[in-house]
Structure formats: structure tokens, C-alpha cells
Design a protein around this ligand. Structure first.
Ligand SMILES: [Zn+2]
Length: 326
């Protein structure tokens, strides 16, 4: 067992869309990313994707070995449904991974223990230990982007659930008579508060094709339809988040995602949550502080904790500042 300063693990996040790609980082015993790599996501098939991930992992491992601190494990943040125990990706909607034994394939190539973690869960783990939720043991992370995702940290641990779907708040219905969702349900939060939904709802009502960020800018400029679409999105978000927050009794909600949507949602949620939570104290609402590196750090946390090096992340948790009272 190396001393904390010599610890190295690799975190790789493959949740990026085509174009934003695969991110990887070599993480040291203090939780700092000491080397980074990025690559485009090949969508040509499972073999090419495994090749891209193992090439990145191999280069990060090689650099670490050259510096005298070889990595001890690799964590991979994966979008979709995964079985953490077997390291199998059961299905991933946007990647060529269906029933793929990804962990064992990478482990055989790299000679390292490999652990898979859900991408949103990885982000939540990282934010709760190193980011906006430092010192907060009970936290809900809401990912706002093309879709709406979520993950729950309860008692400092990532909640997985019976079918590895805990925290999927994007598919809680906020309007039973609403639009049909990609999941087959009606009026899911994702059909109201995702970027795709904002653009679609504005376009359906106006017959003017817009990008999601235009709905935000038009609402800010006073466009009545854009304001209505935006307000409906925020009311649905507050309704679903308050329901989830009462259920899990979280102290903080962290909003995350690659565009302006999470930041724009912080203010409305801070106003709307207290209106919906009387018995239970409303959680603080904060914007992700780790941004796009959260997935890499969360994958590294999962690798440390599941490879028997939990004392490293325990030290990070204990070093966290006490939460600021609301
Ligand atoms: Zn749905």
C-alpha cells in the first residue's frame, strides 16, 4: 500500500457526446488531476471504442510509471445501464456498448483492476467529495443537458438501487397529460426541462426553429412564449426535485451540465423549492464546481473505493470544510 502522496489511479469518462469525446485523468492521492488526455469517441463499434479507452488508459499509466508512481486501478464512468459487480455495460443508448464486458476487456489490455460507475453517479460522487457538495453527506445531483439525469448520495455513498436506476429523476412524470417521452412515458421531467425539450416546445408553439440557448436568451429579452416555456420547465423541475428532496432528505441539490441551463436554473429553484417544502427544510441549491472534470474524478473515486483504497477518499472527506449553513 503506497503512501497517500504516491497514490495514482486513472479515471476515464466516456459520457461525452460525439465531438466532446472521452476524457481521462491521472489522479493523485490528494484528489488532483496530474495528467489529462482527451480523445474523440469512435462510434464505429465496440472494438474501436475499447481500443480508444485502453489506448488512453495505457498512455496515462505509462506516464505515471515513468514518474515512479504506477497507477493501481482504473475507473470508467459510463452512460447507460451498467452492472457494477460484473463490470458489464448492459446497454448504453448512444454508444456501441450492449451487453459488453467492458471492465474485463480493459483489465486484460492494461493489467489493472477496472471498475465501472454510472456517469451521473460518478459526477455526484466527485461533487460530494471534492466539489460543490464537499462536506455534505446527503446530496442530489441533477444533470441538465440534452436529457435530464440524476444521482443520489446518501450517507456519503452513491445510491445504486435494485435495478441500478436510483436517481433517474428525468423520467418522473411532471405532467401525466404531457408529451410522450423517449422512455415511453408521458410528461416526464425530461420532456419539460431538458435542452431538447425547451427548443422543441418553443418550436411547436411558434413554428420557429430555435436552439435551446435561444429560448433562454429570448426569455431574458422578454419574449412571452420563451418565458412561458422556461417557467413551465422550472415549475416542473421544482416539483420533481422537491419530491425527490423530501423522499431522500438531502441537504443539497447540485445542478450540473455542459451548457448555460444548469446555471440559469439555480435562481428559479432557490425560489421555488421553499414554496413546495414546508415540513422538510429545503436543500441548498448550488451549481457544480467541478464542471466537465467531475466524471473523471468520480471514476477515480470509484476505482479507489472499490479496489480497497477507501482510506484515501476517507481522508478527502475528512479534510472537507464543514458545510455552510443555509
Ligand atoms: Zn421518460
Amino acid at each position: 500500500m503506497p503512501g497517500s502522496s504516491d497514490v495514482r489511479v486513472i479515471g476515464i469518462d466516456i459520457s461525452g457526446d460525439f465531438g466532446s469525446g472521452i476524457r481521462g485523468g491521472l489522479v493523485d492521492g490528494t484528489g488532483a488531476i496530474v495528467a489529462r488526455k482527451e480523445a474523440l469517441t469512435p462510434l464505429t463499434g465496440e472494438a474501436d471504442l475499447v481500443e480508444a479507452i485502453s489506448t488512453m488508459g495505457g498512455r496515462l499509466a505509462e506516464g505515471a510509471r515513468r514518474d515512479g508512481n504506477p497507477p493501481t486501478a482504473l475507473g470508467v464512468a459510463v452512460p447507460g445501464l451498467i452492472d457494477e459487480a460484473s463490470g458489464v455495460v448492459k446497454r448504453s443508448p448512444n454508444l456501441p456498448l450492449q451487453g459488453s464486458a467492458l471492465a474485463s476487456a480493459l483489465s486484460a489490455r492494461l493489467g489493472l483492476p477496472v471498475f465501472l460507475v454510472h456517469d451521473t453517479g460518478a459526477g455526484a460522487l466527485a461533487e460530494s467529495i471534492l466539489g460543490a457538495g464537499r462536506g455534505v453527506a446527503d446530496m442530489l445531483l441533477v444533470g441538465l443537458g440534452a436529457g435530464v439525469g440524476g444521482a443520489v448520495i446518501s450517507g456519503g455513498r452513491l445510491l445504486v438501487g435494485a435495478t441500478a436506476s436510483a436517481g433517474e429523476i428525468g423520467h418522473i412524470s411532471a405532467d401525466p397529460a404531457g408529451l410522450t417521452c423517449g422512455c415511453g412515458g408521458r410528461g416526464c421531467l425530461e420532456t419539460l426541462a431538458s435542452e431538447r425539450a425547451l427548443a422543441l416546445r418553443y418550436t411547436m408553439a411558434s413554428k420557429v426553429a430555435v436552439l435551446p440557448e435561444e429560448v433562454l436568451s429570448r426569455a431574458a429579452q422578454g419574449d412571452a412564449l420563451a418565458r412561458r416555456v422556461w417557467n413551465e420547465a422550472m415549475v416542473a423541475l421544482a416539483t420533481v426535485v422537491s419530491t425527490a428532496a423530501i423522499l431522500i432528505d438531502c441537504a443539497m441539490v447540485v445542478l450540473a451540465g455542459p451548457t448555460a441551463l444548469p446555471g440559469a436554473s439555480v435562481g428559479p429553484l432557490r425560489t421555488l423549492l421553499p414554496q413546495r417544502m414546508n415540513l422538510v427544510r429545503p436543500p441548498r441549491v448550488e451549481l457544480s464546481s467541478l464542471g466537465p472534470t467531475a466524471g473523471v474524478l468520480g471514476a477515480a473515486v470509484a476505482a479507489l473505493e472499490r479496489s480497497g483504497m477507501g482510506e484515501v477518499t476517507r481522508a478527502w472527506r475528512e479534510a472537507a470544510p464543514p458545510p455552510v449553513s443555509a
